[in-house]
Write a protein that binds this ligand. Structure first.
Ligand SMILES: CC(C)(COP(=O)(O)OP(=O)(O)OC[C@H]1O[C@@H](n2cnc3c(N)ncnc32)[C@H](O)[C@@H]1OP(=O)(O)O)[C@@H](O)C(=O)NCCC(=O)NCCS
Length: 250
């Protein structure tokens, strides 16, 4: 994996790049998944036309900032196209009172978005339930993660790995953070409660350029559930993605 060498936050597309794709441009990042998972991106700026279904429009966050509304629109737009990639069309992605996305029956998926100077970047992934049990993706602007936050979300071994590389330490801290957010989103709909960081161990595989994650799910699975979290950089952001395979539930 090429970890960017640019200063944190420094890599964003120029305005002229964006002007070439006015209505609902996507942006490019390698899909973290194989072809069984639909993956799509979108890029919204003020004025980009909304593509929400009436059901989604009724659930859209109200009274929030313009950025929040753009993020919601961009996320749902990416979700529709991720669903289309696995053959599911013309559906709505709902939202619980807690903000958890409600995917159509038989489908699981995940949505992420982040705002920077160029607009609201979103990505979504979706797959048929028969194929996988859960999906999580998380997109973060490249930015420093403080040692305090790193300590709150990481084990001693993970902190040692992050701090072991003067060149990549800051990126590694962000990768741990982003990987954990993706895992949280993948397991939450299965587990129905927030995970604690100690319930997952992350070990970087330098050959395959991904995290191997083992997640213990007390009350849900007797064995730890093994997953792989991929990490890709693009446009000054980092995207982590994870698929939870079907596993034997208690
Ligand atoms: C919910 C959370 C994961 C959202 O992540 P974020 O980086 O703030 O925001 P993102 O843009 O990446 O994701 C937002 C999307 O996540 C989805 N989402 C929200 N809550 C979710 C949940 N509980 N499970 C799965 N997906 C969720 C929604 O689709 C939302 O977008 P929408 O409101 O437009 O539909 C994050 O705020 C959070 O609570 N993290 C807790 C992490 C934690 O406790 N970890 C413990 C181990 S360290």
């Amino acid at each position: 994996m090429d970890r960017p060498t640019a200063q944190f936050g420094g890599v964003v597309p120029s305005l002229s790049d964006l002007m070439e794709t006015p209505s609902c441009p996507s942006w490019t990042v390698a899909s973290p998944f194989d072809d069984s998972v639909g993956f799509a991106t979108s890029l919204y700026r003020p004025g980009t036309s909304s593509a929400l279904t009436p059901t989604e429009a009724a659930l859209a966050p109200r009274g929030k900032s313009l950025h929040r509304r753009l993020a919601f629109d961009a996320g749902r737009n990416a979700a529709h196209r991720a669903l289309e990639a696995v053959g599911v069309r013309g559906v709505s992605v709902g939202r619980t009172e807690r903000g958890v996305p409600e995917w159509p029956s038989g489908v699981c998926g995940s949505i992420t978005h982040t705002v920077n100077a160029a607009g609201c970047y979103a990505a979504a992934a979706a797959a048929l339930n028969g194929v996988v049990a859960g999906i999580g993706i998380d997109l973060e602007r490249i930015r420093p993660i403080s040692l305090g936050v790193l300590r709150r979300i990481s084990s001693d071994d993970e902190i040692e790995w992050a701090l072991d590389s003067p060149e990549h330490g800051a990126h590694r801290a962000l990768e741990l953070f982003t990987a954990r957010e993706a895992l949280f989103k993948a397991f939450y709909p299965l587990y129905r409660r927030p995970m604690r960081y100690r319930e997952t161990t992350l070990v970087w595989d330098d050959t395959r350029h991904l995290f191997k994650a083992a997640t213990t799910l007390p009350g849900l699975s007797r064995e730890p559930v093994d997953t792989e979290v991929t990490v890709n950089y693009s446009h000054g952001m980092v995207l982590a993605g994870v698929v939870v395979p079907r596993f034997v539930q208690i």
